[in-house]
Write a protein that binds this ligand. Structure first.
Ligand SMILES: Nc1ccn([C@@H]2O[C@H](COP(=O)(O)OP(=O)(O)OP(=O)(O)O)[C@@H](O)[C@H]2O)c(=O)n1
Ligand SMILES: C[C@](O)(CO)[C@H](O)COP(=O)(O)O
Length: 239
């Protein structure tokens, strides 16, 4: 199965409110966009990767991806004013390549384990759509003016993550028929009547949305890079 990847990175990070869009903020030596690109490049089934960026971020993107010399990493394309419209820009760019499957991932989720990617690809052998997700564990409430009103049943409620993967032709058609407002691609797929299976995500694959998330990501990057540095040093000693 030929697999393409769309990395959506055209957002402005308004809820974080930093000067630089969050996908380009250094997390240790490398930013979220580069971490995500490197993770997908480590998967041999992946044949094409297209980053979708804001037109104002061309230089930031070139700096972020500098030195990643791999023909599978295609030049970045411009996104649009909503996430769904940005995804569509990426999908349209992949049309000439004719992939069978496409994985769509947020650049703002920097710590994506390769096992989650494999889980999504595996699930696509049996259906049109698959989404990394986690069952909800906290109690859910409605409220008014900050006061608790009523509990909301949480059985069967999931928190969607990315990657969200699909048969390429079907999700392209779904996006072409969609108005560009959906929060994620599962919503676009369901609107088109496609089946989507949830596969096991992980808490590590969180999205940087707020300042707390950025602080957490900065710490996680330090721990992860230290571990990797240790592992690299050990394997060099064994050689
Ligand atoms: N018009 C948009 C909006 C979002 N995204 C991307 O979609 C992912 C998830 O979006 P979100 O966390 O909402 O990012 P932002 O839109 O940047 O954040 P905010 O809503 O706080 O402005 C991010 O990787 C973001 O770059 C995109 O490519 N194009
Ligand atoms: C695509 C997504 O990351 C899945 O959780 C999410 O829908 C992005 O939406 P947000 O509302 O901008 O956080």
């Amino acid at each position: 199965m030929s697999v393409a990847v769309v990395i959506v990175a055209a957002g402005r990070g308004r809820r974080l409110g930093a000067e630089t869009p969050k996908q380009y903020i250094p997390l240790g030596p490398t930013c979220a966009l580069r971490r995500v690109a490197e993770t997908f490049l480590s998967i041999s089934a992946v044949r094409w990767i297209v980053p979708v960026i804001h037109p104002d971020d061309r230089t930031l993107c070139l700096d972020a991806l500098e030195g990643l010399r791999d023909a599978r990493l295609l030049p970045a394309v411009d996104g649009a004013e909503t996430r769904a419209k940005s995804v569509r820009c990426g999908l349209e760019h992949l049309v000439p390549h004719g992939p069978e499957l496409v994985l769509i991932h947020d650049a703002a989720r920097p710590f994506l384990p390769t096992t989650v990617i494999s889980g999504v690809i595996d699930a696509l052998q049996h259906g049109d759509g698959a989404c990394a997700a986690l069952p909800l564990v906290d109690a859910l409430w409605t409220s008014r003016d900050g006061a608790a009103l009523a509990p909301v049943p949480r059985d069967g409620v999931w928190r969607a993550q990315t990657p969200q993967g699909f048969s390429f032709d079907k999700i392209l058609k779904a996006h072409r028929n969609h108005d560009g407002t959906a929060a994620d691609d599962v919503a676009v797929a369901r609107e088109a009547g496609l089946g989507v299976t949830f596969v096991q995500g992980t808490e590590r694959n969180y999205k940087i949305t707020t300042a707390d998330d950025l602080a957490r990501a900065t710490q996680d990057a330090e721990v992860l890079d230290a571990k990797r540095g240790g592992a690299d040093a050990n394997s060099a000693k064994r050689r």
